[in-house]
Structures are given as C-alpha cells and as structure tokens.
Design a protein around this ligand. Structure first.
Ligand SMILES: [Zn+2]
Length: 170
C-alpha cells in the first residue's frame, strides 16, 4: 500500500496550485498560457511597409464615393461604399500634427511599452482619420509637428513599429 502511494506521487509533474481561498469552497489559481493566432489578412501590406520604413494607407477609388481621402489605419474595404480600397504610400518624411494627447501610466494588455509614455493622435494631410500613436521622445503638445519613424531593426510586427518624434523645426 505504501509503495503504491509513492508511485502515484511520482507521476505528478505539475506545480502545486496556489490556494486563493481555503473554504468552505476551495478556490485555486490554475495558470494557463494562450497563443492567439491572428492574421492581418488584406492589411498585411501595411505591416510589411512598416518593416521597410514606409507608411501605407488605403484610399477609395470608386468615382462616386463621397470620401476620397486616405484612411489610416488602413481599411481593406471602404466604410462608405464598401468597395475595395487601393494602397497608397505617404511621401517621406511623413509629418503630422498632434491633435490631442494623453500620458499613459497604465498601458492596456498587449501594449508592451515602458510607461509612462505619450499617446498622441496625429492629424495627417489628405487623411480621413486621426490615427493614434506614441511619441518616443519629447513632450506632447497640441499642434506640435511630429515625424513618423519606423522600427525597421528588430520589428515587432505590430503597430508599435510606427512611432513619432518631434519634427525638426525650421
Ligand atoms: Zn468608397
């Protein structure tokens, strides 16, 4: 009997669970890891562009569509007429204007940035949207000019490969 118990004990290769609440109903913590498999689908060119230091948006080319400006983040299909959009590249350097900003002290899950950081909303010419981004250095101010930069070395393959720096004055 004693030998059988020892054999059972040696078969347990996991870690003992942490008991969060001992009772009357015992509650244990059971850590689990999850890999989320996600495709960028038709938006893949945007992320490929970031790795090459290019900022790509999409534009509706339907001649009867009311919205002819660029969309950033890109949409594969036009939100207005539902037609397939066309890829367009911003000219370099990409200069935008800070529309609004906030200091982020507690980043959401999946935002692997050291806090605190400046989250900025950037107005871009000929663009229907005001995309969010982050200012790597400097202090954010409404109306300041910022320049798009790209993490082409060791890219993360996420939107974090695009960041902004204060644009040189002059
Ligand atoms: Zn359209």
């Amino acid at each position: 009997m004693a030998k059988w118990d020892e054999e059972i004990a040696t078969e347990y290769v996991g870690q003992p669970l942490k008991v969060r609440d001992g009772g009357p109903a015992m509650v244990v913590e059971w850590p689990r890891a999850l890999t989320h498999v996600h495709t960028y689908g038709l938006l893949t060119p945007f992320f490929e562009g970031l790795k090459e230091g290019k900022l790509l948006a999409t534009r509706c080319v339907n001649p009867v569509c009311a919205e002819t400006r660029r969309w950033l983040p890109p949409r594969a299909d036009c939100p207005d007429c539902l037609g397939r959009m066309q890829w367009v590249e911003y000219g370099q350097p990409v200069i935008g204007t800070v529309y609004s900003f906030t200091m982020v002290d507690y980043a959401g899950l999946g935002v692997e940035l050291k806090t605190p950081y400046w989250q900025i909303d950037v107005e871009l010419p000929d663009t229907a949207t005001i995309p969010k981004g982050y200012l790597l250095h400097g202090q954010a101010e409404i109306g300041m000019k910022v320049r798009a930069m790209f993490r082409t070395e060791a890219p993360t393959h996420t939107i974090l490969d695009l960041y902004w720096l204060p644009a040189a004055k002059g």
